[in-house]
Design a protein around this ligand. Structure first.
Ligand SMILES: Nc1ncnc2c1ncn2[C@@H]1O[C@H](COP(=O)(O)OS(=O)(=O)O)[C@@H](OP(=O)(O)O)[C@H]1O
Length: 547
């Protein structure tokens, strides 16, 4: 029978929008081993609406070609809607107009974001660009150390923020109504800023005292102020939105979707696994400790009930998918993640074209144009996506978890996409792609021997890769996960794997404190988003470093 055209050329189902340098190449290789998951375009990344080059968002690119390209993937595999087709352009997270474009293409699109410690991400981008002669920033980075480039990039971002600042209506309010401002000091400290009028008076006094003023009569440019990213943004009603959502979920009957769990596997609990009661794998419990406790108690309940239900053909979109011996629990998840109830809620975020102020847009552009430092400012980009997509359609994963729990991370993604758990090639998970010294998306190395390029593991026949229920429960993470890594992810240090990876670059404490001060307010927003349940909880050591 003929395949209906509409099904063949249906819009893409999901988009892994980034972040660049957060392990998206590895995740791509892992997921492409799944028989029901494919991508859109020729190579991993289409970069269709935003390329790797600065200021090159291309949101009015031809949509027909884009739609056809997804259809080609389905046609090549002789599949239709049971195949999930996705865009893997890691540049799309920092693309300010992309959420609008993607939502126009498919309002039910599932968005996946992989985030990494912001300093390590920035370092990775810098090293990559310095190494890759054809990289868009190679000339800019070639003669720099990371420290000297950071100085330059911080200054550029600051100058850009200064141009945005006069458009900030918040600052034009009377001082009594202005929020307190903080300044990033050269020593990396945050200091309370004086009210503007007081600054101007001081400037006048300095002039009177003969202090040289090189501003050509213009008011002095404001220093890098961080008010825009502190919690005075008009999201104060988000808590109540979240509370409402949580209440609604508590009121729903428990679906008890315990998938593929045997009592034996319930003993191993992944702190990154989503605990019960929250939707779409994002809304982890308020702390990792809670997540562990919640997952453990749900696992115990499963054991008590002797529950070991069959894995359904298509996993529900709700709930986090544990894996590799961890719990896979999805309780009280909404049956349909596309339920309209949350669409209006998500609009409480002010996104581009949806209430974002001019100043905020300009600020976002400052970060968007800086792919080393700026692209690690995750909050503004995430909130832009949350303005257009409900939280149920956004899954945030973490590189640090991918490093130590690759299978559990992959299971979350399977669950979010609503595909069957697959049996992956184990050697795949002990392979890292696009890593330091080997920067191309297809360059493979084993975790232990990152100096030896490896061929891509052979693809297996799709049917042999679908997991039975017991296999789902017992397939373990890659054998090379370093001892102690699991604990480290949720404590105060990066996991040993990532630590090891970065050991030949030691960042001095002054540089670290400058960068932490730069990222701290943005990371505070990330913690806020996690605590409010919009995204999954980040690794514990992030809070230690940026809390
Ligand atoms: N599995 C796994 N776990 C943890 N970290 C990993 C993993 N795979 C890749 N990496 C590290 O991610 C960096 C490359 O990221 P991307 O593949 O997203 O880069 S790109 O955006 O496609 O250019 C690159 O970081 P650096 O080596 O620090 O530069 C990779 O080493």
């Amino acid at each position: 029978s003929e395949t209906p055209y509409q099904e063949l050329y249906a819009p893409i189902d999901y988009a892994v929008v980034g972040q660049q340098k957060c392990g998206t190449s590895s995740l791509w290789h892992y997921m492409m081993d799944h028989p029901d998951i494919t991508w859109h375009g020729k190579k991993k990344e289409s970069l269709y609406f935003h390329t790797d080059w600065p200021a090159s968002a291309n949101c009015d690119n031809r949509v027909d070609n884009y739609l056809l390209s997804g259809g080609e993937m389905r046609r090549a595999r002789n599949r239709t809607l049971d195949l999930r087709v996705g865009d893997w352009s890691a540049t799309h997270l920092s693309c300010i107009c992309c959420p609008v474009v993607l939502k126009t293409i498919n309002p039910k699109l599932k968005i996946i974001v992989l985030l990494r410690d912001p300093i390590q991400r920035a370092l990775s981008r810098f090293l990559e660009q310095r190494e890759r002669v054809k990289g868009p920033l190679h000339n800019e980075t070639a003669n720099h150390t990371f420290a000297s480039f950071v100085e330059l990039d911080l200054r550029t971002v600051q100058e850009c923020l200064n141009t945005a600042s006069p458009y900030d209506k918040e600052r034009q309010k009377p001082e009594s109504q202005q929020p307190q401002q903080q300044q990033l000091q050269p020593n990396g400290e945050l200091q309370q800023q004086q009210p503007r009028r007081q600054q101007q008076q001081q400037g006048k006094q300095q002039q009177d005292e003969g202090v040289h003023d090189n501003s050509n009569g213009l008011p002095p440019p404001p220093q890098l102020t961080l008010t825009d990213v502190l919690p005075q943004h008009p999201h104060h009603h988000q808590e109540s939105v979240w509370q409402r959502r949580r209440l609604k979920q508590q009121q729903q009957p428990q679906h008890s979707q315990l998938r593929g769990l045997s009592t034996a596997t319930a003993t191993s609990v992944d702190p990154f696994a989503t605990s019960g009661g929250l939707s779409a794998g994002n809304a982890a419990a308020a702390s990792s400790t809670d997540a562990i406790a919640a997952a453990a108690s749900a696992a115990a309940a499963a054991a008590a009930a002797g529950a070991s239900t069959g894995a359904s053909g298509s996993a529900s979109s709700g709930g986090g998918g544990g894996g590799g011996g961890s719990t896979a629990i999805s309780s009280a998840a909404p049956a349909d993640v596309h339920s309209s109830s949350s669409s209006s809620e998500s609009s409480s975020f002010a996104g581009w074209g949806a209430g974002m102020s001019l100043a905020r847009w300009m600020e976002a552009q400052c970060y968007s144009r800086s792919s080393v430092l700026g692209w690690s400012v995750y909050d503004i980009f995430l909130e832009n996506y949350l303005a257009h997509f409900p939280a149920e359609q956004l899954l945030v994963l973490y590189t640090e978890a991918l490093a130590v729990h690759p299978l559990a991370t992959v299971r979350k993604l399977e669950s979010f996409l609503g595909v069957r758990p697959a049996l992956y090639n184990h050697s795949l998970f002990s392979t890292v792609y696009n890593s330091r010294g080997c920067y191309t998306w297809d360059c493979a190395r084993t975790r232990q021997k990152q100096d030896q390029p490896q061929p891509r593991p052979e693809q297996q026949q799709p049917n042999s890769r679908l997991l039975s229920q017991s296999q789902t429960a017992t397939q373990q993470p890659g054998p090379t996960t370093p001892p102690g890594a699991r604990a480290a992810v949720d404590q105060q240090v990066p996991p040993p794997h990532l630590h090891h990876q970065n050991q030949h670059i030691s960042l001095d404490s002054h540089l670290m404190s400058r960068l932490r001060a730069f990222y701290r307010p943005h990371m505070q927003r990330i913690f806020y988003l996690a605590d409010a349940g919009f995204i999954a909880q980040p690794p514990g050591f992030w809070r230690t470093n940026y809390g």
